[in-house]
Write a protein that binds this ligand. Sequence first.
Ligand code: HSE
Length: 397
Amino acid sequence: MINVAVLGFGVVGSGVVELLTGTGSEYSKKADDLIQLKYILDVRDFSDSPFAPYFVKDFSVIEQDPEVDIVVETIGGAAIALDFTERAIKAGKSVVTSNKEVVATNGYRLLELARENHVTYLFEASVGGGIPILRPLNQCMAANRILEICGILNGTTNYIFTRMIEAGLTFEKALMEAQENGYAERDPSADIEGWDTCRKICILASIAYGWHVLPEQVSTIGITKVSLEDVAYAAACNRKIKLLGRAIHREDVTICAYVEPHLVSVQNPLAGVEDVFNAITVKGNATGDVMFYGRGAGKMPTASAVVADVIAIARQMERSAYRPWLPPREDGVVSADTLSSRWLVRLKSGSILNAETINPEQKIEGENGYLTEPMTRPELIKNLDGLEIISMIRVLD
Ligand code: HSE
């Protein structure tokens, strides 16, 4: 028998417990007979829960129990989760997590620590919720040079856009719904400011390129400044606004990685990704474009990815896990300012040379919208010198 301890009985942790034990009405099949739940760690009181006998409050009980083989970390946040992960690995236990923050900031170190301690560290659930993406990228696309990764990586922001556009909800109401559905982070700033997408593109890029890309190397713009007027201009040029994380491999072996809202053509499959769904396009030199699509957040989709990692370890399918990452490269990531794109620009007055004028179906008074020629952001800002800018959004071509 393989014994599992689950740290954190929140949205994802409780889903993991349901799958591991075969409880919960819709999930009555136990994920794997080889695996049994031994502990749940949570500081809160769950004495009325059907799982009450499993609860402990002191991590050292789990750390010191030689029967615990796998620790599932679904606490979230950075500090405590990192401490428990390191202690579990040093105690000879494999660790599975959905924690993007810990992986994006400490992945290289933790993979090294796991290798030194002859255990496994897996984090499929950290990117794309229930979408299988890390294992396919690491294994099935291993023969490729990855030319680009581009994805809608945050369910909350995508849900907010969909609900604002299709149901006419305010930003605040749409965010509240995302929180009620268990999609949003505890502090939703991580979703709407783009930090969650940033962490996920860091993990994807690190797996694809084999060295640790750090969040502070990735320029990040969230969705807080995107308005319904921007959406109307996007619609007028047959595009939708999506928050994208991108990592583009360059000839000089650096990568251009960044997070920004983009205008995406309605013909691009990413434009059809709505609600809490995520989608990731990976361009390999041999495969061309491969697309991964599914529920990017929520209790059971994320728990499914966590438990799949537990099963992989229990069945000894994954001894060496991901290929080792090399340490972060100080000069390895170049700024998004080097990337030339077309831009949607809204101006209070004045005009832009050689740009297409955009007219939303319902004219918005007191401003003009343009779709520019391809140029970098610094070139655009230079061209707009002296003009009153309302917004500028990059176009994905
Ligand atoms: N807050 C995250 C999202 C959860 O909305 O995508 C899944 O990582």
